[in-house]
Design a binder for this molecule. Structure first.
Ligand code: DAH
Length: 361
């Protein structure tokens, strides 16, 4: 054991002697390797030797060698702290020191020859950009933006919107049920009900948000997507207001010259109801085999109608005095049409080559 003690002390002395000559990170690394490298390190070697000692000697030997290890590793840390720093960051700029033959000179922080710091700046998601564009058109017409919960009750998602229980129209909205009365909202229309319950006319709102349906993903369907809902309720509101406002909105989004048409449709919460088509901006109706419009020359972009009197009654607004109109539009669908994107899943694959194309200039 005395022999081991001598060797431990010898190694300490040797270490200190070498430590005095350290001038660079490389010297320090060499010293660390000399004592601790996994195969040939001097301290590592002592641990190896201990394996062949008799059990009664192992205890004391272990104590000595572990103590040496702790001391030397502590010293290595101290030595590392004492080394000249290569790079010091000062408020975002880099002050560089150059080491020439052990002498350290400080380069000016304004040294224009230094490489710049490139930071990756993120960009709003294309769906959000499109949503903001829609919001800004409606804000310009005096609408405010409202939001509602994504987990809804059957009452808000269906019943208050004039879908009686078991009504076949519910089948059009493939619903993801949670538990009991709870479901994931299939459209943004329940926000209309929530707003009308707490605000009295005049009401002029749009409600953007995520909606969920039991769909298998394909190029034009996803189980989660975004909609924007719009609602106006006041005295004397007519279908002419609906038409004028939606035409203005569509022209602001797609350009002054776009052709728009209203087609009769059905929704339980509006009467009469209309779907709105715009001229196919890909083929202009000139390609019978167009993949976007199927050769019809028209593309449906939203559903709309006059708020059903029963819906107004459900929120205690008197349908004899007030009337309203509403619409709902799919954001991805509209963005796809506007940008000429053929695959809805691109929006959610997080491929930066796709996402970056929509960065604001
Ligand atoms: N909620 C409908 C849907 O998801 C869209 C819609 C149609 C909303 C007509 C409306 C409306 O407000 O008036 O398909």
């Amino acid at each position: 054991m005395a022999a081991l003690q001598d060797r431990v002390e010898g190694l300490r002395g040797d270490f200190e002697e070498r430590a005095r000559r350290i001038a660079s990170a490389k010297d320090l690394e060499d010293l660390r390797n000399l004592f601790f490298s996994r195969k040939k390190g001097l301290v590592t070697g002592l641990f190896e030797e201990m394996k062949s000692l008799a059990p009664e000697e192992k205890r004391e030997a272990g104590r000595l060698v572990n103590e040496l290890k702790d001391i030397l590793q502590g010293r290595l840390e101290e030595l590392e702290k004492g080394l000249p720093k290569k790079e010091i960051r000062v408020g975002g700029s880099v002050e560089a020191r150059s080491e020439v033959k052990g002498k350290t000179t400080l380069l000016s922080p304004d040294d224009l020859t230094l490489p710049g710091l490139r930071r990756y700046v993120g960009a709003p998601h294309p769906v959000i950009l499109f949503q903001q564009e829609i919001e800004s058109i409606f804000r310009g017409m005096g609408f405010t933006v409202e939001e509602g919960p994504e987990v809804e009750t059957d009452y808000y998602n269906f019943e208050a919107l004039n879908f009686p229980p078991h009504h076949p129209a519910r089948d059009q909205w493939d619903t993801l049920f949670i538990k009991g009365d709870l479901l994931l909202r299939t459209h943004t229309s329940p926000v209309q009900i929530r707003v009308m319950q707490r605000a009295k006319p005049p009401i002029r709102i749009i409600c953007p948000g995520r909606v969920f349906r039991h769909e298998t993903p394909d190029p034009t369907h996803l189980p989660m997507f975004y909609q924007v809902e719009g609602l106006v309720v006041d005295e004397g509101v007519t279908f002419a207001h609906l038409k004028g406002t939606l035409e203005h909105f569509i022209r602001a989004l797609f350009g002054e010259r776009i052709k728009v048409r209203f087609r009769p449709s059905f929704f339980p919460f509006t009467e009469p109801s209309a779907e709105v088509d715009i001229e196919c901006i890909v083929c202009g109706g000139r390609d019978a085999a167009c993949r976007v419009c199927g050769g019809t020359g028209w593309k449906e972009i939203l559903g709309s109608g006059m708020v059903h009197p029963q819906v107004l009654k459900n929120v205690s607004i008197d349908p004899e005095r007030y009337s309203g109109w509403a619409f709902g539009l799919g954001i991805e669908r509209t963005a796809m049409f506007s940008y000429g994107i053929s695959e809805m899943r691109h929006f959610y694959e997080n491929d930066l080559r796709f996402i970056r194309q929509f960065q604001l200039k």
